[in-house]
Design a protein around this ligand. Structure first.
Ligand code: BG6
Length: 549
């Protein structure tokens, strides 16, 4: 069993309740600064144990605020607001942290904080504590208006200036665009016009952008141009929430902190890699977003290609954003899409069926979906990587809604032993060795290998060795959005895809989408199953089969 680390953060040090050591010095806003508030220096922001050299403790964000556009949306309610509270509860937000909501609602500050309160009560990961909530709520403001409304943006500017004066946010603000991309141009241009995009001397301004980053290479390009009219590359943080998951970050730890995996992590030992992101849910209330986008654009372009990049890339020179980008980019550029798109890609659409004991409707019967829609809710593709490490090793990626179970995993499936001294009957139940990174749920890693079945005969069967987060560590994993919001406030860009990666990913997907658009309809598959038969056939042709997680 692994050594237990001390609890990180600590709920004893909520927002605004500094931890008591001498003020720290450092760069404003990088999590190490002592700040000056309206009434002289505010209490220090850093974690004293960290100052004394314990790097395992997370840094605390420096003085700052967060402005959320699209604050009435689902993402904000279920993920962003609860994550902000959880960060506050873990003592990782600065004392004067302020949260500004912007939306087309006729709300006062109190109405906004009531909505956030309900979201926190329902979705926060950590226990509710009244004193943490009070302190957070004191820094909440709401600005009503739409994106073309100059008066609203003037009001936003005043809100930010007031908060600087009242709570010592020091001009440091992140603007979170939790809105559909068609609104990006209006929002960023308004931020520029009203002087909000430019940081006052000694402070920072950042833009946080949610996916989808376009619907193909050309539109991603346009979107990027619009954002960069206003914000510099280092000011833009693109969210791929999979990179905020502990288990995804663990891919790098597993590969590069150990000696036992890397020697076999190549074409000499690996037969193929399967990356699966299966969901049991349907599209829920997201028809407006999903229809016309589909599974491949929704998650292969971003989450699954990021998983592929982390699994296949070379060791970075260090773990800073530039080095990570360099390696991810290199491997994404080496990805080769299928030469035969009809053979090595499959798309499907869920039909009615049974899910978790309930009868569910098919995609075409969902509210808000065009009954003639050809949108894919399932996608599987076979990719190859043209480099020395991976030549000839297929990477099979699949994702789908309304599948048998919610599971995301990366299975690195090894070749069979070159020679077997055992009878064929003895190894009938021996599959291929595999290393499976269980991204979610049941987070952990499984190693599968053959073992002798107890008894007099030499019979060999697959067994597994498991690492489970829940058993090895006492602390529970933070939600992806907690980590990512904190990193934005700290200005740490490691876990955010850069525009070049986004473009390379579209280059992989565009030919597939174009082929699909020109060739018929997605294959129907029953809800609650494992996708269309065509996907099984795709692997069977290669002498392989999908794992049934
Ligand atoms: C989002 C997709 O990026 O990821 C959704 O837009 C999907 O369609 C979601 O449901 C899944 O996220 P998670 O963290 O639950 O695996």
């Amino acid at each position: 069993m692994s050594k237990r680390l001390p609890q990180r953060g600590g709920a004893e040090r909520p927002v605004g309740e500094p931890s008591g050591a001498a003020p720290a010095t450092g760069t404003p806003g990088d999590g190490t600064a002592a700040a000056t508030g309206p009434a002289g220096p505010l209490p220090h922001w850093t974690n004293p144990l960290r100052d004394q050299g314990d790097r395992r403790l997370p840094p605390v964000a420096g003085p700052c605020g967060l402005v959320v556009f699209g604050v009435t949306g689902d993402l904000s309610r279920k993920k962003l607001m609860p994550a902000v509270y959880d960060l506050a509860n873990r003592g990782l937000l600065p004392p004067g942290f302020s949260l500004v909501g912007f939306a087309r609602r006729d709300w006062a500050d109190e109405d906004f904080s009531q909505i956030v309160y309900e979201a926190v009560k329902e979705h926060a990961r950590t226990p509710f504590r009244e004193e943490v909530w009070r302190q957070l709520a004191d820094g909440m403001r709401f600005v009503p208006g739409d994106f073309s409304d100059d008066t609203a943006f003037k009001q936003l500017r005043h809100a930010v200036e007031d908060l600087d004066a009242a709570r010592g946010t020091s001009g440091n603000y992140a603007f979170y665009l939790s809105v559909p991309p068609k609104f990006f141009p209006a929002v960023v241009r308004q931020l520029k016009k009203h002087g909000l995009a430019n940081a006052p001397e000694g402070s920072w301004r950042r833009a946080v952008i949610e996916k989808p980053f376009g619907r193909d290479l050309a539109s991603a390009h346009e979107l990027n141009a619009v954002v960069h009219e206003v914000f510099g590359p280092d000011q833009v943080f693109r969210i791929d929430h999979y990179l905020g998951k502990e288990t995804v970050q663990n891919i790098l730890a597993l590969r590069f902190a150990n000696t036992m995996f890397e020697p076999i992590w190549n074409r000499s030992f690996v037969d193929h890699v399967q990356i699966t992101m299966a969901e049991d849910i349907g599209i829920g209330g997201r028809a407006g977003y999903y229809d016309g986008i589909g599974a491949a654009r929704d998650v292969i372009q971003n989450h699954l290609l990021q998983l592929l990049a982390l699994t296949a890339m070379e060791e970075p020179a260090s773990f800073d954003a530039q080095s990570l980008l360099a390696e991810k980019l290199k491997v994404l550029k080496a990805v080769r899409g299928p030469a035969d798109l009809g053979r090595d890609t499959v798309r499907g659409q869920y039909a009615a069926g049974w899910q978790g004991g309930e009868q569910v409707v098919g995609y075409l019967e969902e509210d808000g979906i065009d009954p003639g829609s050809v949108t894919d809710t399932y996608a599987a593709v076979k990719l190859e990587i043209d480099n020395r490490r991976w030549a000839g090793v297929p990477f099979y990626l699949r994702t789908g809604k309304r599948l048998g179970r919610r599971v995301t995993e990366i299975a690195v499936v090894l070749q069979r032993a070159p020679h077997s001294p055992f009878d064929t009957e003895a190894t009938e139940e021996l599959g291929r060795n595999a290393i499976v990174i269980r991204v979610q749920p049941d987070e952990g890693v499984t190693v599968r290998f053959g073992s002798k079945v107890p008894g007099t005969s030499m019979e060999i069967r697959d067994v597994t060795m498991d690492f489970a987060y829940g058993e090895s560590f006492t602390e529970s994993s933070p939600e992806a959005y907690e980590r990512l919001i904190l990193d934005v406030l700290l200005g740490d860009a490691n876990l955010f895809p850069r525009h070049q990666e986004v473009e390379e990913s579209w280059k992989i997907l565009d030919p597939i989408e174009e082929y699909w658009a020109a060739h018929g309809r997605p294959a129907p598959y029953a809800s609650g199953g494992w996708g269309p038969e065509e996907a099984d056939e795709m692997l069977a042709r290669d002498g392989r089969s999908w794992r049934r997680p």
